[in-house]
Design a protein around this ligand. Structure first.
Ligand SMILES: *Cc1c(COP(=O)(O)O)cnc(C)c1O
Length: 399
């Protein structure tokens, strides 16, 4: 048996690779520079161009660009009319922003458990947590795999809830042939550099609902409007007049970021194909590997995977996750954990949330590790990751 680097063997590779990396090339850079040389670096034509292209890509009527994915979630909560006294059901196996946005508007996040195999929010657990205060569901397409859109849609219709999809991981994914972004009442995207396409910091909300659209536009730009039809004090003295008609924020995206995103969107299908090829290779390598559990994918989801998670079977492996993580680092492969259940954080504990709320999510969390996945990961890099996982797994199975 080959020894892993932590046990004195030779590392599978010399230079370090990370779990994720952005893909920005020369034509992306040129697109940004062109805007920087133009008249409008913000509030210019690229914003509209991006919003139209994104809406067209996902098959939604409207898209509103946002400063980041968190702002997208915040504005979606505002547009949904969520406020003090309301409850919103979400998952704990996600980035903190999926629940923080509920707190921003004064409402209470309620955590539903996840499916033990797909790791996505369990529709039956959503139903179990509905009360007369429940106003919305924020379902997260964890790792990029679509949530059970059809069932969640049915539940939201039946109980009159707003269906918000946190698709920060899922641009490019589709459910039964329909792109994520066209399915929920509002879908929120993130364009942070670890996500599938990036513009530095950025986000967007897509929707088919005109009312939500109008509210999203106001919320992301100070609640200020230039639209005469929306103004209360018309007629006006002159064309310079605008009115603030609600409380909003400055969550706008700049033109040079929109230019970068437009350029990145052109490559999304190519990124998706590369991510899929790597995921297929990993699935094949790990599906029968004792000690490693592979995330199950539902056939309805055509997944553009953002993260590849291996789950350590800590009953079989004679090591801790930390030891496995350190062994991967010694092979020069830097993993990460996505995510600590949100209500484990001190801030949530101080709000009164307790461990034990979502047993499946907590159990999954104990063993998960994100391994490298990004379009420029080469065949050799992918093979190195597989060799390292196999080498370390065998070592700790027989420890
Ligand atoms: C990244 C992420 C966000 C927040 O997006 P930002 O652009 O970083 O603000 C929200 N939800 C999930 C699931 C994420 O992964």
């Amino acid at each position: 048996m080959e020894k892993p680097a932590v046990a004195g063997g030779k590392p599978v590779r010399e230079n370090k690779i990370y779990y994720g990396h952005q893909c920005i090339d020369e034509d992306d850079i040129k697109a940004v520079c062109d805007v920087l040389r133009s008249d409008a670096v913000t509030c210019g034509p690229k914003v509209k161009e991006l919003e139209e292209k994104l809406a067209g890509y996902v098959g939604a009527k409207y898209a509103v660009s946002m400063a980041n994915g968190t702002a997208a979630l915040h504005c979606a909560c505002i547009a949904a009319g969520i406020g003090v006294g309301d409850e919103v059901i979400t998952t704990p196996l996600t980035f903190a922003a999926s629940a923080n946005c509920v707190l921003y508007v004064g409402a209470k996040p309620v955590f539903a458990d996840v499916n033990p195999e797909t790791y996505n929010i369990d529709p039956d657990s959503i139903i179990a947590h509905i009360t007369e205060k429940t106003k919305a569901v924020i379902a997260v397409d964890y790792t990029g795999q679509c949530v059970e859109n059809e069932r969640i849609r049915e539940i939201c219709d039946k109980y009159h809830l707003v269906f918000i999809e946190d698709a920060a991981h899922a641009i490019g994914s589709a459910y039964k042939g329909k792109k994520v972004g066209s399915l929920a009442d509002m879908t929120c995207f993130s364009f942070h550099p670890v996500k599938t396409i990036t513009c530095g910091e950025g986000g967007a909300v897509t929707t088919n609902n005109e009312e939500y659209y109008k509210k999203l536009v106001l919320a992301h730009s100070h609640g200020i409007t230039h639209d005469e039809d929306l103004m209360e004090d018309a007629p006006h003295e002159g064309p310079w007049v605008y009115e603030q008609i609600s409380l909003g924020y400055n969550y706008r995206l700049t033109d040079f970021q929109c230019a970068l995103l437009l350029s990145q969107l052109n490559k999304l299908e190519e990124f998706k194909a590369k991510r899929k090829a790597i995921v297929d290779k990993y699935n094949e390598a790990f599906k029968d590997l004792p000690g490693i559990i592979v995330q199950k994918e539902i056939p309805e989801s055509d997944t553009c995977r953002h993260l590849y998670i291996i789950r350590l079977d800590l009953n079989k492996l004679k090591c801790t996750r930390k030891e496995f993580f350190d062994a991967m680092s010694a092979e020069n492969i830097q993993c990460q954990v996505h995510y600590v259940p949100t209500y484990f954080f001190p801030y949530y504990k101080h709000l009164g949330y307790k461990e034990g709320l979502c047993p499946n999510a907590e159990e999954i969390y104990k063993g998960i590790l994100s391994i490298p996945l990004y379009p420029t990961l080469s065949e050799k890099d992918t093979d190195d990751v597989i060799s390292a996982v196999k080498k370390i797994t065998e070592y700790y199975l027989n420890f």
